[in-house]
Each structure stands twice: as structure tokens, then as C-alpha cells.
Ligand binder design. Structure first.
Ligand SMILES: Nc1ncnc2c1ncn2[C@@H]1O[C@H](COP(=O)(O)OP(=O)(O)OP(=O)(O)O)[C@@H](O)[C@H]1O
Length: 288
């Protein structure tokens, strides 16, 4: 007897679109044209200890798309994500998320946030982990059926149905990352903030996750803000925020960045922009 295959976004996408995911150089139409952008920042500055780690940032993250936050280690990606989800202290300037100031209580259920360290309980199974977080998000006996459906769907979304009863502690690093992502998907968030979700994953898993991100954006109209320091992942985003040392070098589509700098890849474009920024800084210095 053959069992029906569990519904899985990853399989669904792979069956319909074999090969690598599209690089999506064209910007799709925004799905909530009358709504405020997912994120709007102006004069955004963050200090950590004695250091200014984000300096005067201004950018807009449109809805319904994948915006990549790219830059070298230590440039401030995690700090920007923490500020966006409202967990970062000493934030000044404007930072509006889904039309509210970052950290506003109404945003709690509208944002999913996955940090770099998978936040799952090793001594619980995948389903028990999800049940636990679902009970916090949507408590009470009357919501039991809805919780069960949401948990089943979130597990299927990250392609872990066959591992639902496995202890999280016995999963691979990539699978544990996907449990964290499933937790973030539980409340069907409008904005998903994913901090280096593919770090340490093999190329196949990385490709599968990016396929999943595109499916989440396309099928739910969700906005994804995804950080990475791997420049080839930039090509998979609709838009890019390129960062260096707490400052924004660019806020554009991968295609526009390549065209503007005459580069073949986003990595080359990034290096070009770094050189340009350093030359501009030198000019300012010699004029003093
Ligand atoms: N608690 C802290 N006190 C002072 N400085 C900090 C603190 N935490 C981080 N920083 C500094 O803030 C800067 C930005 O850190 P952040 O973690 O945002 O960078 P990142 O781009 O996410 O790096 P990575 O890719 O390695 O995760 C770094 O230079 C870091 O040293």
C-alpha cells in the first residue's frame, strides 16, 4: 500500500520547478499596495556599549517580497534585525514595522523571528516543540483543533512531517533550524525575520530553504527579511540591503546593483561599492 506523500512546500515546489530556484531579478508587484511598507527606517542609529553599531540608516522594505540583508560578519545585520523585532536597546531615529513603531505590542503576533541559534527544546519531539509554542500563541481548550491544524501545517511547510515524532536533540543542525522556522511560521506572520537561516547548511538544504522562502512570499504574500554573509544568496532575493560597518551601501534589486556597477555578480557589485565608499571617505579626509 502506498501512503499519500505529506504536503510539503519544498516538495511541491520541486515537483513543479525542478532545478535551482529562480533568481527572481524582476520585482513582483507588492501585494498590499495600500498598506504601509513592512519596514521603514530613517536616521536609524543603534549604540551597543560604547560603540555606534548602526549609523543613520534610511531604507524601506516592501511587502510581499524577500529582502536580503547582506554584509560581512560584524557589520550590524543581527542588530538591525533585533531592532526590527523590538528586542534591541538604544535605538534612535524612526523605525516603523507594518505601520507601527518597532516593538509595539500589536506586532507580536504579526512578526516571526528566527535567531541564529535554533531555539528548540532538545528533549521534546518536533511536534511537542510546536505544540508548546502554539499553546503560548493561541492558548485555551477551544483553540485545540486550530492549534493542531496549525502545528501540522507548520511541520509540513518545513518538510519535517516524517520527523514529527523525532526528538529535536536527535536531528541534524539543518533540521533543527527548520524546527525554529516552523515555530516562526505558526502564527502565519506577515513579516518573517530570519537571521542567517542557511548558515552551516549544505548546498542542497540551502537551495531547499530558499525555495521554501520564495513559496512563503508567493503563496502567503508574506514579507521576508533574510540575513546572510554569503553573497551568492543575494542573487535569490528580490531586493537587497548591502551593509558594511554599520552603514548601508545600497538598497536596490540585485539586477539594478549589477547594472549600476557594471558587475557580473552581486559580490562584485558589493566590492565595487566598498571601493567607491572608501574613495569618497578618502576625498572627504583630504579636503579637511
Ligand atoms: N553587547 C555588545 N556590546 C558592544 N558591541 C556589540 C555587542 N554585541 C555586538 N556588538 C558589536 O556590534 C557590531 C554588530 O554586531 P552584529 O551581531 O549585529 O553583526 P552581524 O553583522 O550580525 O555579524 P554576524 O554576521 O557575525 O552575526 C559588531 O561589531 C559587534 O562587535
Amino acid at each position: 500500500m502506498t501512503h499519500p506523500k505529506p504536503r510539503s512546500i519544498i516538495h511541491h515546489m520541486m515537483n513543479n520547478a525542478p532545478g535551482p530556484p529562480p533568481t527572481h531579478t524582476k520585482t513582483p508587484p507588492a501585494t498590499h499596495t495600500n498598506n504601509p511598507p513592512a519596514v521603514h527606517a530613517k536616521n536609524l542609529t543603534v549604540t551597543r556599549g560604547p560603540r555606534t553599531v548602526l549609523r543613520n540608516l534610511a531604507f524601506t522594505v516592501p511587502r510581499g517580497q524577500i529582502t536580503g540583508l547582506l554584509g560581512p560578519s560584524g557589520c550590524g545585520k543581527s542588530t538591525l534585525m533585533r531592532a526590527t523585532v523590538g528586542t534591541q536597546a538604544k535605538v534612535t531615529g524612526t523605525l516603523d514595522v507594518l505601520g507601527h513603531p518597532a516593538g509595539h505590542p500589536t506586532l507580536r503576533t504579526r512578526i516571526g523571528y528566527v535567531t541564529q541559534a535554533p531555539s528548540v527544546y532538545d528533549d521534546l519531539t518536533v511536534r511537542q516543540n510546536l505544540d508548546y509554542f502554539a499553546a503560548i500563541l493561541d492558548p485555551g481548550r477551544p483553540a485545540a483543533d486550530r492549534r493542531h491544524d496549525n502545528v501540522t501545517r507548520a511541520i509540513a511547510d518545513v518538510d519535517l512531517t516524517t520527523h514529527a515524532d523525532a526528538l529535536a536533540g536527535n536531528l541534524s543542525g539543518g533540521q533543527r533550524n527548520r524546527v525554529s522556522l516552523a515555530v516562526a511560521l505558526l502564527g502565519t506572520p506577515e513579516l518573517l525575520v530570519l537571521d542567517e537561516p542557511t548558515v552551516g547548511l549544505d548546498p542542497v538544504l540551502r537551495r531547499d530553504l530558499w525555495t521554501l522562502f520564495h513559496d512563503i512570499a508567493a503563496s502567503r504574500g508574506a514579507t521576508l527579511l533574510v540575513s546572510s554573509h554569503v553573497m551568492d544568496e543575494a542573487e535569490r532575493c528580490h531586493r537587497l540591503l548591502l551593509m558594511r560597518e554599520g552603514e548601508l551601501l545600497a538598497d536596490d534589486t540585485p539586477e539594478a546593483l549589477r547594472t549600476r556597477t557594471g558587475a557580473d555578480t552581486v559580490e562584485e557589485a558589493f566590492l565595487h561599492l566598498v571601493d567607491e565608499a572608501e574613495a569618497a571617505a578618502d576625498t572627504r579626509e583630504t579636503k579637511r
